[in-house]
Ligand binder design. Structure first.
Ligand code: PLP
Length: 393
């Protein structure tokens, strides 16, 4: 009855079963995997958010295939004054922006634009697990290329080049990456652009966490690339901490003729669905304006949790933290005495702490755990204390 692309393993995994059993036992669980910002105790400006959705023009239907022009202008404004990796443009042309209902949808449209069935997209490992489903649904093959950890995370260009085949259509980067938090460095971006331009491949740059840099320097963006065809993706879910509003965007840049042709084709795909809702598009300028206060709250939380973590790990013989350049997560190195799934299950059952095992994000080895830094400080502190006690009894 069903297409083979939907032959996913549907049974629940061991970790989920352990979590269900633990919760049923009624004992308190310290969840260090929080990723929903609306559930983390932040002070949202509720009235302003709701007022922005009450625009009387939301009663009319005047769709534009790329998204309402005023919403795209607000997105262009978000990039004003930012530094790119290459190209002299200091601003984004709203005509090069296409809105979507989420970055997942934007990815799907780009995969359909550049790939025949069976073509390949190169994705970093470790990284965000949703790509596998997006690729299945677009009949695309994902080929991993490694990020290496050696005094910080780096792209392994030797392995990346070895992974290329005549069917490679695009290289995906997550900037900064989820969960490693590592940014693409300027020299890496230049090498990537050279490689992609020479082999007629596109760059797909997921920048949803761009504003969460740990250092003082604002991060560079892929939105102004001129060397290779580039799709820079971002959206409200992380930038304005409003995932429920379901609005994201793609910015197309690169050599002029290629970029224009890509926009024209993407516009037809977008016009086929017209998915972003009018009230949310009309509210987008306000939602972007509200990001400063919300990001400041979250960045404060991230900094506080990092300092709690470092305080707790200072004396630990078994646990350490990898470098953190940005994003919402910290990576812990733990003894690889078993699989990291065994470890995550044992942590739930014996310590009452829920952390993500590294394999969930395609770490190539056992011994890595991922903790969310946006968890409320009280829960984070107790969760890390329990982690520490488990490893250093
Ligand atoms: C790297 C990355 N990209 C995209 C998303 C999802 O974004 P959206 O809500 O716009 O689909 C996430 C969500 O966690 C993510 O981690």
């Amino acid at each position: 009855m069903f297409a083979s692309r939907t032959n996913w393993r549907l049974e629940t995994n061991r970790l989920t079963r352990a979590l269900d059993a633990y919760r049923k036992s009624g004992k308190e669980l310290f969840d260090l995997t929080a990723s929903n910002p609306t559930d983390c105790g932040l002070a949202y400006p509720r009235e302003e958010i709701l007022a922005a959705l009450a625009n009387p023009r939301a009663l009319e239907y005047r769709p534009e295939s790329k998204g309402l022009r005023e919403a795209r202008e607000a997105v262009a404004e978000y990039y004003r004054g930012r530094q790119g990796f290459s190209g002299t443009a200091a601003e984004v042309d709203p005509e090069r922006i296409l809105l979507a209902s989420g970055t997942s949808e934007a990815y799907s449209h780009i995969f359909r634009l550049v790939c025949e069935p069976g073509d390949e997209i190169l994705v970093p490992a470790p990284s965000y697990p949703l790509f596998e489903f997006l690729a299945d649904l677009a009949d695309v093959r994902l080929i991993s290329y490694p990020l290496l950890y050696d005094h910080g995370w780096q792209m392994d260009f030797t392995s990346l080049r070895e992974a290329l085949t005549p069917r490679s259509r695009a290289v995906l980067v997550v900037h900064p990456n989820n969960p490693t938090g590592s940014f693409v460095k300027p020299a890496e971006a230049a090498e990537l652009a050279e490689m992609c331009a020479a082999r007629e491949m596109a760059i797909v740059a997921d920048e949803v966490f761009l504003d969460y840099a740990a250092g003082a320097e604002p991060a560079r963006t892929f939105a102004f690339h001129d060397r290779a065809l580039t799709f820079a993706l971002s959206g409200l879910s992380k930038i304005s901490l409003l995932p429920q509003m379901k609005l994201a965007w793609t910015i197309v840049s690169g050599p002029e003729t290629l970029a224009r042709a890509a926009v024209d084709r993407l516009e037809i795909i977008a016009d086929t669905y017209l998915s972003p809702s009018t009230p949310v598009q009309l509210a987008l300028p306000k939602f972007l304006a509200l990001r400063h206060g919300l990001q400041a709250q979250l960045q404060q939380r991230i900094t506080a949790n990092l300092s709690i973590l470092d305080g707790m790990l200072r004396e630990s013989k078994c646990l350490s933290r990898l470098d953190h350049e940005g994003g919402w997560y910290a990576i812990l190195r733990a003894p690889a005495t078993g699989t990291d799934e065994d470890l995550a299950v044992a942590l739930v059952e014996r310590a009452g702490v829920f952390v993500h095992p590294g394999h969930f994000f395609n770490f190539s080895r056992d011994g890595f755990l991922v903790v969310s830094l946006i968890t409320s400080e009280i829960e984070f502190q107790e969760g890390v204390k329990r982690l520490r006690r488990y490893f250093d009894p």
